[in-house]
Design a protein around this ligand. Structure first.
Ligand SMILES: Cc1cc2nc3c(=O)[nH]c(=O)nc-3n(C[C@H](O)[C@H](O)[C@H](O)COP(=O)(O)O)c2cc1C
Length: 381
């Protein structure tokens, strides 16, 4: 927003806001502002307090556009089927449900770690045969010895996109972050391959340029932009109603700009040419400033592999905050043609790329703000 826009809209805005509580209009809804749920006191589908807590912690996992695609069917106590809700798929950018399965994997990783702290080991069977199957994993919790894991790491994890420092990531930090935690490995034969490229390397240039162009393609591809528009909760009212999707806060639009978009933007704003162009400009600025890029490849993209790579991703994310590192998934090159097919070949890497991650050090780490649906909303009969 430029100065002229601001003056124009701030005048109109102040009039429009006249009837509202200024405080409410000024501050965006954050996760901590909403009651976690009303469920704690009453048991849902016979779930015990521990089970509700484990599922809540699982739901703090990341997901594309924060759709929180997971569902949990309670078969019997401590026996669940983890699935996905078709209404929370993203067909325009993730037609093959690859990212959906990665998100479910991240949910399962949190679930396993949280269950361990409550003294349960987790038996996981992947039951989905096709990527469109809505029942994905059969989970049984068994009483076992308590595992020590700081749950704060799950609660504090968040995606950060702005204010990355222009510093290369230290080799020791890369090693620490990509160290695969074999304790929680689903398929022992799957060994993730991570490749780090500094931003000023030829590969870094390839990711910078490719990410800008893939974002341009996606921003001007109507079905993808319409899908994005459907998942942005501009107003506080919508944010509170749905408790999923992207908010101004979670997109790091804060201050006056946040106030403006919360009150004047709507679904149609996202489809305007100016918004699409601005998206590309923001991405161009982001990719210029970072330490480098982490690419994670696998030998195949079978369902168990995708679940495992979602787990590996979440496990990495749970280790970055302590090193003041942010990881920003930039998935557009894996979603748009021609980059989708070209990335591993261009880099001379074998296998299939599951993650393109922009990395950078932060001076200060912001708290999580993205919303979460109460557990009762994703439990199925
Ligand atoms: C499979 C997958 C793909 C994602 N792709 C992107 C992306 O391209 N750009 C982006 O900014 N965030 C991306 N994210 C991050 C999500 O938008 C983010 O996790 C979600 O909004 C919830 O916010 P939180 O991680 O702060 O809880 C992706 C996350 C997942 C799991």
């Amino acid at each position: 927003m430029n100065r002229r826009d601001f003056l124009k809209f701030s005048g109109e805005g102040m009039l429009l806001l006249g009837g509202m509580s200024m405080i409410n209009a000024c501050i965006g809804v954050k996760r901590e502002d909403l009651p976690r749920s009303n469920d704690e006191k009453t048991s849902i589908k016979g779930l015990e307090k521990d089970e509700m807590e484990i599922l809540y912690l699982a739901s703090l996992a990341p997901s594309g556009h924060n759709t929180q695609p997971w569902t949990v069917k309670v078969v019997e106590p401590k026996h669940w089927i983890i699935g996905s809700d078709m209404k929370r798929w993203l067909p325009a950018v993730d037609l093959e449900n690859r990212e959906l399965l990665l998100s479910i994997g991240a949910f399962i990783e949190n679930l396993v770690l949280a269950a361990g702290t409550f003294g349960y080991s987790t038996d996981i069977q992947i039951i989905a045969k096709n990527r469109t199957d809505t029942e994905i994993a059969d989970i049984r919790l068994k009483k076992d010895k308590v595992q020590d894991f700081p749950l704060e790491k799950i609660k504090e994890r968040r995606r950060v996109r702005n204010n990355f420092l222009d510093l290369e990531i230290k080799a020791d930090d890369i090693k620490y972050i990509t160290k695969h935690d074999t304790r929680s490995c689903l398929i022992p034969t799957v060994s993730p391959h991570s490749f780090y490229f500094p931003n000023n390397s030829p590969q870094g240039k390839y990711f910078r340029e490719g990410t800008i162009e893939a974002n341009r393609t996606q921003a001007f591809r109507d079905p993808a932009q319409e899908e994005l528009a459907n998942w942005i909760r501009w107003s506080n009212k919508e944010a509170k109603k749905y408790r999923n999707g992207l908010t101004a806060e979670s997109m790091e639009i804060t201050g006056i700009a946040g106030l403006y978009v919360r009150n004047f933007y709507n679904r149609q704003s996202v489809l305007k040419k100016g918004f699409r162009e601005q998206t590309v400009d923001i991405v161009a600025k982001q990719v210029k400033t970072c330490g480098g890029w982490l690419l994670v490849t696998s030998s195949d993209s079978n369902i168990p592999t995708l679940i495992e790579y979602g787990r590996v991703f979440e496990n990495m994310l749970l280790r970055i905050r302590e090193r003041m590192i942010a990881i920003h998934p930039m998935s557009q090159m894996l979603e748009e043609e021609p980059w989708k097919k070209q990335v591993p070949k261009e880099l001379g890497l074998p296998g299939e790329v599951q993650w393109i991650l922009r990395m950078g050090y932060l001076k200060s780490y912001p708290d999580p703000v993205s919303l979460r649906m109460p557990v009762s909303w994703f439990i199925q009969a």
